[in-house]
Design a protein around this ligand. Structure first.
Ligand code: ZN
Length: 200
């Protein structure tokens, strides 16, 4: 499920809103599709999505000299929390699921990101004690085009790193973006592996 790190409102409350018909017509058992889906009343005074915390994938494409050229962003469905803003694909972690595995699972489900095309670099944790959000930083191993592959997204695409702040961003992502970008820029680039074709 898509949901932001700060998450009052939907998607669970959307079942009672104007979009209820559209959501009810979707296949599957409804909003609570995964164990771990649900709201946490956090010590910070906000409700967050993800009984076991949540995670998202910030996937970067590099230029030949190693600079971050673009990242995959998700234009979030209007009925979602802070609907219409842009953020990274991700969602609630399942019980016992690592942040990296959860972020990759959600990214495959809602953004068509093939796990084998991704190399995880590091994780940045926003820890609220009773809840945490992990941004999994990663880079592409070979080119692909992401796409909105479920109703959580209006659009999913590569966004030039320099253009990210031109978009209306999910609040928490917008606050974290400068630091996350710096971490991506400073992460070691993919080592050259014999027999592996270069991705740029
Ligand atoms: Zn909190």
């Amino acid at each position: 499920m898509t949901s932001g790190p700060a998450a009052p409102g939907t998607p669970s409350s959307s079942a009672h809103g104007p979009a209820a018909g559209a959501r009810a017509s979707r296949p599957g058992p409804g909003p609570h599709r995964h164990p771990g889906d649900g709201w946490v009343d956090c010590a910070c005074g906000t409700r967050h999505w993800g009984l076991n915390g949540a995670a998202g994938l910030l996937l970067a494409r590099r230029t030949p000299d190693g600079a971050v050229d673009a990242v995959v962003l998700q234009h979030r469905a209007l009925w979602s929390d802070q609907g219409g803003t842009w953020g990274v694909p991700g969602g609630a972690l399942a019980p016992e699921e690592s942040a990296a595995l959860g972020a990759l699972r959600e990214s495959a489900e809602e953004a068509g990101i093939p796990g084998e095309a991704v190399r995880v670099l590091e994780e940045v944790v926003l820890d609220h004690g009773t809840w945490s959000y992990t941004t999994v930083l990663a880079e592409v191993l070979h080119p692909f085009e992401p796409a909105a592959t479920d109703a959580e997204s209006i659009e999913v695409r590569w966004v030039a790193a320099d253009d990210v702040t031109d978009l209306p961003l999910l609040t928490a992502f917008g606050e974290a973006w400068p630091r996350l970008r710096a971490r991506l820029e400073s992460a070691p680039t993919r080592p050259t592996t014999p027999g592996e074709s270069p991705c740029t």
